[in-house]
Design a protein around this ligand. Structure first.
Ligand SMILES: *Cc1c(COP(=O)(O)O)cnc(C)c1O
Length: 354
């Protein structure tokens, strides 16, 4: 084995998903709301017509149409669907990688950018965000873009795990400076004020990536990439046939036809995020950062210990201590239901060190 599996792969550790058991699960940016009975019944009715003996419709046209009708996708832009946006990141890296090519992203950001660069043997450059406010360090960004001429840049807007949105002017400066492809990863668009969807015409090197995971459909695994037919026509060639399975296609069309429900849920999550932020901020021994996503990053003394104690009391959040120097003693909590948030705050109050 050691002779055959690539060295870089042997050195990687697999993406770790902890078993949550019966804990309150506030670690993975999921929408906490289940579907009600009537809605579930209507969905099961839809699934009756599914023929699992047949291959899925390869281009998933109905899914794309529904996405167009609810996501304000410009008519002149194309869509590529992925099995989650993770698969799209991989397709992009495969399409743009070549001898000496660089994938660049700010750090800390979404860990899959680095992992996938590794998978495909693309050189990865992580540019540290500014200490304190997690804004783009524009001096470093523009300098590294100049030096490395990256083929591919990923900017998560809002950023994960910090929750903030970068300055729009800074992002536009990057779009104007970069000669390669810039992908704005809008995984948290349902919770953010601004989108770059309407800038696609202005910047020919821009693609916008979205996912339904944070909107409330993490289980269906559906991500999508929006951009000019010129770019997407090439990238589409890397899509494996039937990557969007039949159950996902039918379920997604059904859910998007009932988009109002998802929209209400995300509005509720935004309200609860503000409440949670106020409560956290008021707590002694905690520093929080502003968030336009469905989670909040905060810092506290002995974060690892606080995380372990929360977990022992069946509240699972994410410990980011050790991920990046700027995340020292940082924890990330996903906004849950009002009830879950209340329990989280109560337990946190008990276990925190001031
Ligand atoms: C969660 C997340 C994704 C992954 O989304 P999937 O569609 O579930 O693969 C992509 N980008 C960012 C920034 C995320 O936080």
């Amino acid at each position: 084995m050691k002779n055959w599996i690539r060295k870089e792969i042997q050195q990687l550790s697999a993406y770790n998903v902890p078993d949550s058991g019966n804990a309150i699960k506030l670690d993975a940016m999921e929408n906490p709301y289940n579907w009600n009975m009537a809605y579930t019944e209507a969905w099961l009715e839809v699934l009756r017509d599914v023929s699992l003996n047949r291959y899925p419709e390869s281009s998933a046209n109905e899914v794309k149409q529904q996405l167009r009708s609810v996501m304000q996708i410009p008519d002149n832009m194309d869509i590529i669907l992925g099995n989650g946006s993770d698969e799209l990141i991989q397709m992009l890296a495969l399409a743009l990688n070549d001898e000496g090519r660089v994938l660049l992203a700010p750090e800390p950001s979404f860990v899959m950018y680095r992992m996938i660069a590794n998978f495909v043997r693309m050189q990865y450059i992580g540019v540290p965000l500014q200490v304190g406010d997690f804004e783009l360090d524009m001096f470093a960004m523009l300098e590294d873009i100049e030096i490395y001429q990256p083929a591919l840049i990923f900017l998560a807007y809002p950023n994960n795990p910090t929750g903030n949105t970068f300055s729009i002017d800074d992002i536009e400066a990057i779009l104007e400076t970069a000669t390669g492809l810039v992908v704005i990863d809008e995984a948290y668009a349902p919770f953010a004020e601004h989108t770059f969807m309407h800038c696609l015409d202005k910047y020919p090197n821009l693609l916008v990536m979205r996912t339904l995971s944070k909107l409330g459909l993490a289980g269906v695994r559906l991500g999508f990439l929006v951009g000019s037919p010129e770019w997407l026509g090439q990238i589409e060639k890397l899509r494996l046939p039937y990557n969007i399975n039949t159950l996902t296609q039918f379920s997604t069309v059904f859910a998007l036809q009932n988009y109002e429900i998802l929209k209400q849920q995300t509005e509720q999550i935004k309200i609860d995020r503000e409440r949670l932020a106020i409560e956290l901020e008021a707590m002694e021994g905690i520093h929080i950062w502003p968030s336009e996503a469905n989670f909040i990053l905060f810092q506290t003394k002995n974060a690892k210990k606080v995380f372990d104690r929360l977990k022992a009391r069946k509240v699972l959040i994410k410990c980011l201590h050790g991920f990046h120097p700027t995340l020292e003693n940082c924890l990330r909590v996903t906004v849950g239901t009002s009830e879950e948030n209340k329990i989280f705050l109560q337990v946190l109050e008990q276990v925190i060190e001031v």
